[in-house]
Design a protein around this ligand. Structure first.
Ligand code: KIV
Length: 278
């Protein structure tokens, strides 16, 4: 089996097939979502929030992204791997962007990189693409600009903002990105952008007419029952069963029920070689 390429993903739009993308941050989750048949796995800098527990993504480093990229890559057989460029790893200059994108390929096993911003990020995108590294754009709500945007808010509302968003998406395409994430954008505007662009759009909080959809794996699987924004659909509610399973473990350890004889080893004939555990 081979991993999907940027060209395969572009072909999906040409074939009018929707693209399914999900985030993953470790080997086990990567193995699970790959087996489920997702087309793209994103090592998102959302890991700063759902993995590291920060309030935003701003403190995530290039080293963090490379580390999680390597972990995820080992779990993938067929899905394409995109790794996010973290805050301040591409904004300084196109040269800086290219050097750090190269590091995510070499040290983070990325097949492509994703970076935020429309017109303002076009020179960085162009410089990375010219070096042969595929780029995913990201417009609309760009969480690395949370302080400038005044929070995690819907973008592109009103005529002027909608026009700016369309221009941003077109700038990302012109700069050479092979697809673009539209985050927290009114559904009608996302539909118009998707119809206007040749490259696939991947929506999150951007309605049903994008060429694909992305969700954070923790949201999709319901790992945190406290977090339920409008754009998230939970396809499972796993927090409660995981707490329950762990509670049973705690009870059985305390009562002495676990481990039973079936989990224990006999030692009469001396030490034996134990079969490989993992
Ligand atoms: O960091 C991330 O997980 C993302 C997705 C929400 C698109 O950028």
């Amino acid at each position: 089996m081979r991993r999907k390429t940027a060209l395969d993903l572009q072909q999906l739009k040409a074939d009018r097939q929707r693209i399914a993308m999900v985030t993953a941050y470790d080997y086990t989750m990567a193995r699970i979502v790959d087996a489920a048949g997702v087309d793209m796995v994103l090592v998102g800098d959302s890991l700063g929030m759902v993995f590291q527990g920060h309030a935003d993504t701003l403190s995530v480093t290039l080293e963090d992204m490379a580390y999680h990229g390597r972990c995820v890559a080992r779990g993938l057989q067929q899905a394409h791997l995109t790794v996010d460029m973290p805050f301040m790893s591409y904004q300084v200059s196109p040269q800086q962007a290219l050097e750090n994108a190269g590091r995510l390929v070499k040290e983070g096993s990325a097949q492509s990189v994703k970076l935020e911003g429309g017109q303002r990020s076009a020179p960085a995108i162009q410089s990375i693409v010219e070096a042969g590294i595929p780029v995913v754009g990201h417009v609309g709500l760009t969480p690395q600009s949370v302080n400038a945007m005044g929070g995690f808010k819907v973008q592109g509302r009103g005529e002027q903002a909608a026009q700016q968003l369309m221009e941003d998406a077109l700038a990302v395409q012109r700069a050479g990105a092979f697809c673009v994430v539209l985050e927290m954008v009114p559904a009608q505007l996302a539909a118009e952008v998707s119809a206007q662009l040749d490259i696939p759009t991947i929506g999150i909080g951007a309605g049903p007419d994008c060429d694909g959809q992305v969700l954070v794996c923790n949201d999709l699987l319901g790992f945190d029952s406290r977090f339920k924004p409008r754009f998230v659909k939970r396809f499972a509610e796993l927090e409660e069963p995981m707490v329950e399973a762990t509670r049973s473990f705690v009870e059985q350890v305390r009562s002495g029920e676990f481990p039973g004889p079936e989990h224990s080893f006999k030692g009469k004939s001396g030490p034996r070689k134990v079969a490989k555990l993992y």
